[in-house]
Ligand binder design. Sequence first.
Ligand code: CAA
Length: 259
Amino acid sequence: MSKTVLLEVKNGFGYLTINRPSALNALSSEVLKDLNLALDQIEASEDIRVVIVTGQGEKAFVAGADIKEMDQMSPIQAHEYMTYANDTFTRLSELTQPTISVLNGYALGGGLELALSTDIRIGYDKTMVGFPEVGLGIIPGFAGTQRMSRLIGTSKTKELIFTARMVKGQEAYDLGILNKLVAAEELLPAAEELAGAIMKNAPLAVEKAKHIIQVGSELPLKNAIRLETEAEALLFSTEDKVEGMRAFVEKRKAVFQRK
Ligand code: CAA
């Protein structure tokens, strides 16, 4: 039986691939279930330092929620499907490890929402992002209305959702949806280079930074700054902080142990 989500661990990277190319990697219930199983493995892993998410095949990252499956759903079933997907994407967004999406083609609807649940997005000129949902009589249901607004603002998000317009790589970059725009053959290498740069740093510090940025963005500024101060003080209790500062003083490269 073929798995619709693959996880390969190599050199500290966890390669998470949505593997349903015959349907442009559309997020069926089976895919979401397999994604949860992969997240179980990532959460339990001590070897994965950065997660790289991509879609199988040449054409698509993920072309959205599964329209054929949704076509048959009652409102109650749709509620369950959306809730399950949102819980899954929240798990992905809350992984302690940094996550990078490689948008190797269409990232539409639920596919774009999947990418928005990762920390960083890389695309190329043929990357196509968009929210086609209103053309199907629905709205983005895997948190696109919320995560996109928080990323690029409500007005630009409204324009994208109301028009259902597909946006190509350069424009997606200009809008701030993509962090990097690279040549087609550079997609994965660029993600690996970025992951490598992250991995040179103290893991607990990177994890803490991710957590504080995410949690803090939902708090009043004053409370978020307090949280940052507490996290900073906590990092002063780590061996990696001692190593990082000592290495600087001794003019050598730090060796971090996630301790
Ligand atoms: N769900 C189910 N199947 C899908 C799919 C989807 N989202 N997207 C593509 N497929 C299937 C197609 O039905 C087709 O299967 P068959 O060969 O069995 O007919 C196969 O993938 C290849 O797709 P196309 O032949 O359509 O490929 P294309 O190159 O002509 O077009 C495309 C590519 C423009 C991306 C087109 O496939 C498309 O518009 N897909 C749907 C995109 C979409 O509307 N996504 C949003 C879904 S709603 C959503 O995500 C809601 C939410 O937030 C919860």
